[in-house]
Ligand binder design. Structure first.
Ligand SMILES: Nc1ncnc2c1ncn2[C@@H]1O[C@H](COP(=O)(O)OP(=O)(O)OP(=O)(O)O)[C@@H](O)[C@H]1O
Length: 240
């Protein structure tokens, strides 16, 4: 296995410009140096407002870094600096290399829960019927494992409970094994049994050699999955 980092952040800083407050700048993170290798699950610690979610959003290129480089080793082996990548390269990277599980499901109107979960594999099937059916079969297995009642499988998740939506989101974002997985409170609305299932899923991802970076307010989950802990407050530039 290639043990070089899947994620490498060097000298990363983030400042928000508050346009409605005379353009004042809010420094959140500075001098972030972080390398994450295959088989690591780095848990981000630090008090509320320190910039944990901001760090993940920069890696996923939802937020643009103010300084520094964020290099991701793609499935094809190419090193891509997400701070410089073209929109097209970012779409490809999100499709094949970087998974991002947030607390909230972005609901797609009229698409059933089963198809929402199957979609990342169905996209790759490119119309091939056997591959499409295999994608839907895998989606069924994920729905069973995450205890989504069968009566919900063919309904769009818009009206599902918070915990049900969160589990659909986890299944959709983990069904396709990707080298880098970003987890922003994936168990926030889950009961004990489903939380344990997610802990197992995270450990399985670590075992297959994925690199993970996660935020978990539930200390039990963080302790159960962490191979290393990083305190975001230690990155210089973060407010005291
Ligand atoms: N889009 C934005 N515009 C302006 N400020 C922002 C924006 N996003 C985040 N911030 C600010 O950046 C700081 C860090 O926020 P972030 O959500 O990363 O913290 P966190 O460590 O994840 O907190 P929590 O544990 O409460 O989720 C906060 O002060 C927040 O207000």
């Amino acid at each position: 296995m290639n043990n070089s980092p899947i994620l490498q952040m060097k000298g990363v800083a983030k400042r928000f410009t508050l346009h409605h407050q005379n353009g004042i700048e809010l420094p959140v993170l500075g001098d972030v140096d972080l390398a994450v290798r295959p088989g690591e699950c780095v848990v981000l610690d630090g008090p509320s407002g320190m910039g944990k979610s901001t760090l993940l959003k920069m890696v996923y290129a939802n937020y643009r870094a103010s300084e520094g480089s964020i290099t991701v080793r793609s499935v094809s082996g190419a090193l891509v600096d997400v701070t410089q990548a073209t929109p097209r390269a970012l779409v490809q990277l999100r499709r094949d290399t970087i998974g991002y599980v947030s607390q909230f499901l972005r609901v797609i109107p009229r698409v059933s829960a089963l198809d929402v979960v199957a979609e990342p594999l169905a996209e790759d099937a490119a119309g091939d019927r056997t591959a499409l059916e295999a994608a839907r079969e895998q989606a069924r297995q994920w729905l069973v494992r995450l205890r989504i009642p069968e009566r919900l499988w063919h309904l769009p998740p818009a009206t599902f409970s918070g915990g049900e939506q969160q589990r659909i989101n986890i299944a959709r974002n983990m069904i396709k094994p990707k080298p880098l997985l970003l987890l922003d409170e994936p168990t926030a609305s889950l009961d004990a049994a489903n939380t344990e299932t997610v802990i197992s899923l995270i450990r399985e991802a670590v075992e297959r050699g994925a690199a993970l970076v996660g935020i978990f307010h539930d200390a039990h989950v963080g302790a159960a999955v962490a191979t290393r802990r990083v305190n975001v407050g230690d990155f210089r530039g973060a407010p005291a």
